[in-house]
Design a protein around this ligand. Structure first.
Ligand SMILES: NC(=O)c1ccc[n+]([C@@H]2O[C@H](COP(=O)([O-])OP(=O)(O)OC[C@H]3O[C@@H](n4cnc5c(N)ncnc54)[C@H](O)[C@@H]3O)[C@@H](O)[C@H]2O)c1
Length: 264
């Protein structure tokens, strides 16, 4: 059911690769709520994924951008501003660890890969926000949301160096939220999502086991990608204007459970 919560709002959505991607669901829900937006992903992902089908469905333009390349980020923002003037919302749904992908455990990291993990999965949020601020690309009371995972705060050994990237991502969201809030009343938050079956999610060692454990331990069960999209819509809407610099758990209660006799 749609409520017209994003009627007239313009945005940018990073990270829709295929129809399992969380960003894909967010794009569908934003479209249903009346928003217009640009879809963006790395050039290689545009070739490998199925984003064209999504773009057609939601009437969006696709602008390629590798989040580690400054010129790509600046060009994306330039195109968005030519199209919309300022944007009202941005979804950062980007993550990749070459160490995780190549099965390197946390105590045997390749440091070139580690740099790449941090650049793609964390520093990219800073790069995005700084480029937006320099171009004055986000409207007052605009909203930026990045997706994170609880391994930033508690140890999940199979999550490898992505845990460090997520800790940095959450910190950048808080720190930039301070600066952007004072400067332009722009909100910046992270959503800490349940484990979800997607290309990025399934790459984590032991994923099947920990998605099942989380589902049993969460009183409401794991939150789906569709439910995450609903939460993103609420954060892009005017109903959450005073929420910023927060890490918001969207996990069926999992993060607050100590002992779960019913869930073991
Ligand atoms: N799936 C989960 O269990 C889960 C749980 C919590 C948080 N998250 C986070 O949600 C976000 C989206 O992941 P997902 O699970 O939908 O998987 P996904 O694989 O569908 O999305 C990850 C996206 O990052 C993009 N990307 C990678 N490198 C890039 C680059 N250099 N430039 C631009 N884009 C690049 C990929 O192309 C892909 O579209 C990630 O930040 C992920 O860490 C996922």
């Amino acid at each position: 059911m749609a409520y017209g919560l994003l009627k007239g709002k313009k945005g940018i959505i990073f990270g829709a690769l295929d129809d399992r991607s969380i960003a894909w669901k967010v794009a569908e829900h934003c479209h249903a709520e009346g928003a217009e937006f640009i879809l963006t992903n790395a050039p290689v992902a545009l070739r490998m994924g199925t984003i064209n089908a999504l773009a057609e469905k939601v009437g969006a333009e696709i602008v390629p951008a590798d989040v580690t390349v400054q010129e790509d980020m600046e060009n994306l923002i330039k195109v968005a501003m030519e199209k919309y003037g300022k944007v009202d919302f941005i979804l950062h749904s980007v993550g990749m660890s070459p160490n995780v992908r190549k099965g390197r455990p946390y105590d045997d990291l390749n440091y070139e890969y580690f740099h790449k993990t941090l650049d793609i999965s964390a520093m990219s949020l800073h790069r995005l926000l700084q480029a937006c601020m320099n171009a004055d690309a986000i409207s007052e009371w605009g909203s930026v949301v990045a997706l994170t995972y609880i391994a930033s705060q508690r140890t999940y050994p199979g999550y490898g160096d992505m845990a460090d990237a997520k800790a940095m991502l959450e910190s950048i969201s808080r720190s930039f939220g301070y600066h952007y809030g004072y400067a332009k009343k722009v909100r910046v938050n992270t959503i800490s999502q349940s484990p979800t079956v997607t290309t990025a999610g399934s790459g984590v060692a032991g994923f099947d086991e920990f998605i099942g454990n989380a589902d049993r331990r969460a009183p409401l069960g794991n939150a789906s990608a569709d439910a995450c999209a609903d939460y993103c819509v609420s954060l892009f809407s005017d109903l959450t204007r005073m929420v910023t610099m927060q890490n918001l758990f969207h996990d069926g209660g999992y993060s607050s459970v100590g002992e779960a006799p019913q869930g073991s």
